[in-house]
Design a binder for this molecule. Structure first.
Ligand SMILES: [Zn+2]
Length: 150
C-alpha cells in the first residue's frame, strides 16, 4: 500500500539516527502503512481496540511498579516484573512524547507463557496503533495479549 509522506518520514525516523538502535521495525520489510493496517485488522478481528489493549498493558505496568525490580503477584495468576532505567525514549512518531525507559515482563502462571513490553509500547499502541514490526525486540502480538491478559 502506498503511504503518506508523513508516514514515510516517520518510518525513516525509525530507521536512522539515534532511534535506529531501538529497532522498532525489526526485520519487517513492509511499509509502515501496511504494518499499521495489518495490526488494525488483527485487533478488530479479536474484537478489541488499541485503547483496550493499551489499558491492559498499563494496568500491569502500574501494578508492578509497587515492587520495582522484584516480581509481584497480580490477580493471583500473573507474575509481574517492572524494570526501570534512567532517561527516556522519544516516540518515533514525532509528537514530543517521551516514555520512561521501563520494561514490563508478565508471566501467566497457568500457561507459563511470558509477555514483555515497554512503557513506550503502551503509548505507541494507544496513540498510533503501532505494535512494532515483525522481529522487533519489543514487538507486541495482539493475539498474545488477547490470549494471556484478557
Ligand atoms: Zn507518539
Amino acid at each position: 500500500m502506498k503511504q503518506s509522506p508523513e508516514l514515510r518520514a516517520i518510518q525513516e525516523n525509525m530507521q536512522t539516527g539515534s532511534l535506529a538502535a531501538y529497532g522498532f521495525l525489526g526485520m519487517d520489510t513492509r511499509s509502515l502503512a501496511d504494518i499499521l493496517r495489518d495490526d488494525d485488522e488483527r485487533v478488530a478481528s479479536l474484537v478489541l481496540t488499541h485503547g483496550a489493549i493499551a489499558d491492559r498493558l498499563q494496568y500491569f505496568y502500574e501494578a508492578g511498579q509497587e515492587k520495582l525490580g522484584r516480581a509481584e503477584k497480580v490477580d493471583t495468576q500473573y507474575d509481574v516484573l517492572v524494570e526501570e532505567h534512567k532517561g527516556g525514549i522519544p516516540c518515533p512518531f514525532r509528537d514530543n512524547f517521551t516514555a520512561a525507559k521501563a520494561v514490563i515482563t508478565v508471566t501467566d502462571r497457568r500457561s507459563g507463557r511470558t509477555l514483555v513490553w515497554s512503557a513506550l509500547n503502551i503509548h505507541m499502541i494507544r496513540a498510533h496503533g503501532f505494535y512494532e514490526g515483525r522481529g522487533a525486540k519489543f514487538r507486541v502480538e495482539p493475539e498474545a495479549v488477547a490470549e494471556l491478559l484478557f
